[in-house]
Design a protein around this ligand. Structure first.
Ligand code: SF4
Length: 289
């Protein structure tokens, strides 16, 4: 059986500025079925989430010998709150295990289902990174068809904040002509509940580019890309302009900002992915500063 907790591997991307971390996915595949998702390039039947076999037994066994000296990012190749999680509660069980062992976790999701586990997360060394790409339901439905609506994600951020859970937002990806119009409004809205935004422009791989072109031909057909490694990047001036708009809005609203794999020196936070927000709690939820 392959190991469950692996060293985070950004495909040797020179533009990745993530701190050393581990990756852990309770599920293989993800049912949110985002148009731009890159897992379709390496996971069979990618948009049908399957619970990993003997997950809990294997995780406990692995943690007997493995020392997690940084933090676990959960998840990078699936959403830990893919719709199936409502029934399986596997992510919840994994969080319990990490909590007992005081393992630091960055929970990366697009789902308000994460609020169900606020009772555990609020006692963990954990932070939530919620992806919000637009405030408009119609756009979200097009690009992230099976993920909860933007309104539900923002309500989730509000509830997480009320539970004392530090949150960041992934405003990722920004696709010009699709979700770049209301950058200031989005940042204003989420900044009420989060302390940090990490953002990125769209960087499709060959298969996700095909999907985007099929679904959004009027915008994608004429979009100019430059190939970098396995991904297609927008021209540098456009990427910088979009990232600057997000950063400026973050500055206005008093939260920190970072880019993801853009190669621009414009971050205002200690980490890009928001992992600097992971608290160190002692006993009954006290936070050590
Ligand atoms: S939520 Fe993440 S892993 Fe799931 S389909 Fe969307 S981009 Fe892919």
């Amino acid at each position: 059986m392959p190991v469950l907790i692996t060293k985070f591997d950004p495909w040797k991307s020179e533009l990745c500025t993530c701190p050393p971390k581990y990756s852990f996915n309770p599920y293989t595949g993800c049912s949110h079925a985002c148009l731009y998702c890159y897992i379709t390039s390496y996971i069979p039947d990618p948009f049908h989430a399957r619970l990993k076999k003997d997950l809990i037994t294997r995780l406990k066994k692995e943690l007997r010998t493995k020392k997690i000296d940084t933090y676990i990012s959960m998840s990078n190749s699936s959403d830990p709150y893919t719709p199936e999680e409502a029934e399986y509660k596997a992510t919840r069980k994994c969080l319990e295990i990490f909590k007992e062992r005081k393992i630091k976790v960055l929970i990366v999701t697009k789902s308000d289902l994460v609020v169900r586990d606020a009772d555990i997360i609020s006692k963990m060394n954990a932070s939530v990174s919620m992806t919000v790409t637009t405030l408009r339901n119609d756009i979200a439905k097009k690009i992230e068809p099976n993920a909860p609506s933007p309104k539900r994600r923002i309500m989730a951020l509000k509830k997480l904040k009320e539970n004392g859970i530090p949150c960041s937002v992934r405003f990722d990806p920004i696709i010009p002509g699709i979700n770049d119009e209301k950058i200031g409004e989005l940042v204003a809205e989420v900044s009420k509940y989060c302390q940090h935004i990490v953002s990125s422009t769209v960087k499709p791989r060959r298969d996700s580019l095909r999907r985007l072109k099929e679904a959004l031909p009027e915008v994608m057909e004429d979009m100019q890309f430059v190939r970098m490694g396995n991904s297609y990047y927008l021209p540098s001036y456009l990427r910088y302009e979009l990232m600057k708009r997000v950063r400026d809005a973050c500055n206005v609203h008093g939260i920190t900002f970072a880019v993801c794999r853009e190669g621009f020196d414009m971050n205002t936070a200690k980490t890009c992915d928001g992992s600097h927000l992971i608290p160190v709690r002692q006993g009954r939820g006290d936070i050590l500063l």
